[in-house]
Design a protein around this ligand. Structure first.
Ligand SMILES: Cc1cc2nc3c(=O)[nH]c(=O)nc-3n(C[C@H](O)[C@H](O)[C@H](O)COP(=O)(O)OP(=O)(O)OC[C@H]3O[C@@H](n4cnc5c(N)ncnc54)[C@H](O)[C@@H]3O)c2cc1C
Length: 321
């Protein structure tokens, strides 16, 4: 079985769930699972990675890695990949993963498959599936030749479950980051404590029909009741009802939660591109002909301003019991 390397993403010393899924999947399929952990003062996270199935954690710590920058991450990851020569190098298809891994693949002159939604190992090779044309077609791809192959995988796509916990071997990398041309100064954070749409198991999204930023409060209340993230269509974002970080779709984020509830969203192809691989899709729309119903597992023809608060009340009652 090939050695695999996985980029573990962390922010502010907290690991991202999207990395756990990849570690579990690779460990369970019997691969020697190596994990790259980059940051400053993050050594304490190695055991958490072991608990997911990581065999070896390659730890790179430096002040320059405290915040993600493509240049510094790429430098460390390329050096590690060259010395380790893994058969596969994976990252989650997050903004960090897709930027860093494209650069890594280019530096390694390796084949690159991004935004994969399924992986099937065949000995030392694998077949991956990835959506094309905003999700209208699915391509099945495999790699030619030998050497490291680089992939990013959509969050929640693998449906992996816990692998056998390990006490990981921690290997410290000596990193030479002299001569970097970029430096991260600070991150301006949003004020929300809700999960990000790409990581949440439940996403509740709203469209133009919410009419205002205030209109989204009914979605927020439902989201807080069930522990969901709040997403939005581009029309809602363009109208200023939500920040761009909440946008789901071709020019927003791609999500694959267990449950996606689309409230007053018509289902334009560009929106579907960001959510059609969700495990279960519920659509609430007053128009029975809305295209969203074509991809929905459950459709409700109803006014969201009546249905959403009623749903929230029902969930609150259920939680009380
Ligand atoms: C290059 C490009 C990229 C794009 N990228 C994205 C993207 O990333 N994400 C994205 O979402 N869009 C994207 N779009 C825009 C996309 O084409 C649609 O315009 C957009 O998704 C529509 O948003 P909407 O469904 O909120 O609004 P609308 O299409 O106006 O739909 C509103 C829906 O709400 C329903 N409704 C109205 N009132 C109620 C009510 N009270 N209760 C229940 N239902 C109600 C209506 O029946 C309707 O179906 C992109 C477009 C282009 C050209």
């Amino acid at each position: 079985m090939a050695k695999v390397l996985i980029l573990a993403e962390q922010r502010d010393g907290k690991l991202k769930k999207t990395s756990f899924e990849l570690i579990q999947f690779c460990a369970k399929s019997g691969h020697e699972t190596h994990v790259a952990l980059l940051g400053d003062g993050v050594a304490g996270l190695a055991n958490e990675l072991g608990a997911q199935g990581a065999k070896v954690v390659h730890l790179a710590e430096a002040p320059e890695l405290a915040m993600y920058t493509a240049e510094a991450y790429c430098k460390v990851l390329v050096e590690l990949a060259k010395s380790l020569s893994p058969g596969f190098f994976f990252a989650a298809h997050t903004p960090t993963g897709r930027e860093a891994m494209a650069l890594v693949a280019q530096e390694l002159e390796a084949g690159y498959a991004s935004d994969c939604t399924s992986l099937q190992f065949q000995g030392d090779n694998l077949t991956a599936r990835r959506p094309l044309y905003a999700g209208k077609a699915i391509a099945e791809v495999e790699f030619l030749g030998t050497g490291t192959r680089v992939l990013t995988v959509r969050a929640n796509a693998l449906g992996a479950s816990a692998a056998t916990a390990q006490t990981p071997q921690v290997q410290k990398l000596s990193v030479n980051l002299a001569g970097l041309k970029t430096k991260g100064l600070s991150v301006v954070k949003g004020a929300t404590a809700r999960p990000d749409v790409t990581e949440a198991a439940i996403v509740i999204s709203g469209g133009r029909s919410l009419k205002s930023a205030d209109g989204f409060k009914i979605l927020e209340e439902l989201a807080d009741t069930v522990g969901a993230a709040v997403g939005a269509s581009r029309a809602a974002v363009d109208a200023g009802f939500r920040p761009h970080r909440d946008q789901v779709g071709q020019t927003g984020k791609v999500v694959s939660p267990s449950l996606y509830i689309a409230c007053g969203i018509s289902g334009a192809i560009q929106h579907l591109a960001g959510m059609r691989t969700s495990k279960c899709i519920v659509a609430i729309n007053t128009d029975p002909e809305a295209p969203i119903f074509q991809v929905a597992d459950y459709g409700v023809v109803a006014d969201l301003f009546q249905l959403v608060p009623a749903l929230t009340q029902e969930f609150k009652k259920l939680k009380e019991h």
